[in-house]
Write a protein that binds this ligand. Structure first.
Ligand code: GLU
Length: 420
């Protein structure tokens, strides 16, 4: 029997449950997604033909508030992946004490193969299909892999025309001109960056440390910029196509120029001692900090033993399988887990939603200060819990989140076991 991704993710729930005295009702509620809606989006292509794409939206659990989570456009998206990502969002929002449950959406599509107008029609079709489930007090989407502010803007616009009023709080990660928040663009990386910097002494890293980054999209590229900016040495970067290994370090500007030009591998010709790196080889690169910033299951049973970094910062969701977790722990490698390390994105999404609802907008400095304080407070609490109980930082993050979820489930009372 093959295990689903969700089953794998639930291993972490069972593990956390062992560290808490829980009412069995709590686990019964958190073991299954509350609702997953599936539809086929039929859109008109530029050549006049019609094409259909599978789409989903999962509201995993709304005990602590409206469900929150991104929409992914990816050719390999599946219902299992969407439900797993929604499960992680449930715990991520609880880790950060945001008044949200967890949700996620996806369309099975390679957006790189669509024209801009096809992409717009697809994004609007998604909102038309799911407008009944989505809403500022019910389910609030945001960007995820291969979606961005432009797509969120189209979706917000479509929602406004469906409900007949402007309703910016329905979706986050919007363009600034449509009520987006300053600081949302680099928030995922910035949250991980603040966390890493806050724990530098404990982790034994700091400026000068060598960093390898897998993925050069929103999270990976901003992380390269932030870490390079304070003196960390970026020694390897890959995207889905190619990569560069530069033991002497590579600047953020060079990376961006290569990404926009001939590709990351093209840097191998201009940097001394540099070589082309295949995306599969990033895991074993000699470094101090490894930053997975793309998709799930990068580090698994088959390659975990090759990891050389002493710290892994999970900017991606689910980049390490439970089997690989055990191998890394044995090697003494510390993992700053996804539900904490990449929570900066949803935290600034929350700030955006708050600003939309109050109609009053904060400065980028205010956003950064609040994000930094949240990452440091929750990060410190989880770090202390891990040390106190002698458990991994990941287990501690789950225990931290699960105790908040359990408290909310119990507070709802037995009569109203399912909300909304
Ligand atoms: N997609 C991001 C994540 O996985 C952000 C979600 C949000 O902002 O709601 O955390």
């Amino acid at each position: 029997m093959t295990t689903s991704m969700l089953d794998q993710a639930l291993v972490r729930l069972d593990d956390a449950a062992q560290h808490l005295k829980l009412d069995p009702d709590v686990l019964e509620k958190l073991k299954y997604p509350r609702e997953t809606t599936k539809t086929r989006l039929l859109i008109r292509m530029d050549d006049g033909s019609r094409k259909s794409f599978m789409a989903w939206r999962c509201r995993y659990d709304d005990t602590r508030g409206p469900t929150k989570g991104g929409i992914r456009f990816h050719p390999e998206a599946s219902i299992d992946e969407v439900e797993t990502l929604a499960f992680w969002m449930t715990f991520k929002c609880a880790v950060m004490n945001l008044p949200y449950g967890g949700g996620k959406g996806a369309v099975q599509v390679d957006p790189r193969k669509l024209s801009k107008s096809e992409l717009e029609r697809l994004s609007r079709a998604y909102m038309q299909a799911f407008a009944g489930i989505i809403g500022p007090d019910r389910d609030i989407p945001a960007p995820d892999v291969y979606t961005n502010a432009m797509i969120m803007g189209w979706m917000a616009d479509e929602y406004a025309s469906i409900v007949g009023r402007v309703s910016p709080a329905v979706i986050t990660g919007k363009p600034i001109a449509l009520g987006g928040s300053l600081g949302r663009d680099d928030a995922t990386a910035r949250g991980g960056f603040y966390l890493l910097r806050h724990l530098e002494t404990e982790l034994g890293v700091g400026p000068g440390a060598r960093v390898a980054i897998q993925g050069f999209g929103n999270a990976g590229s901003h992380m390269a910029n932030l870490l390079h900016g304070v003196g960390y040495k970026i020694v390897a970067v890959t995207d889905s196509r190619s990569g560069i290994h530069a033991p002497g370090g590579v600047s953020y500007d060079d990376l961006i120029a290569a990404k926009q030009g001939a590709g990351l591998a093209s840097l191998a010709d201009s940097l001394p001692g540099a070589s082309v790196l295949s995306p599969d080889d990033i895991v074993g690169v000699d470094c101090d900090v490894l930053v997975p910033a793309a998709l799930e299951n990068l580090i698994h049973e088959g390659n975990a033993d090759t990891v050389k970094g002493k710290v892994v910062v999970e900017l991606a969701n689910g980049p390490i399988t439970p089997e690989a977790d055990a191998i890394l722990a044995k090697k003494g490698i510390i993992v700053l887990p996804d539900i904490l390390a990449n929570a900066g994105g949803v935290t600034v999404s929350y700030f955006e939603w708050v600003q939309n609802r109050q109609g009053y907008y904060w400065t980028v400095g205010e956003i950064h200060d609040r994000l930094k304080a949240s990452m440091e407070n929750e990060g410190r609490a989880i770090w202390l819990l891990a040390n106190d109980r002698g458990i991994s930082v990941r287990s501690a993050a789950y225990v931290h989140a699960l105790s908040r979820l359990a408290e909310a489930i119990e507070a709802h009372g037995t009569q109203q076991f399912f909300t909304s």
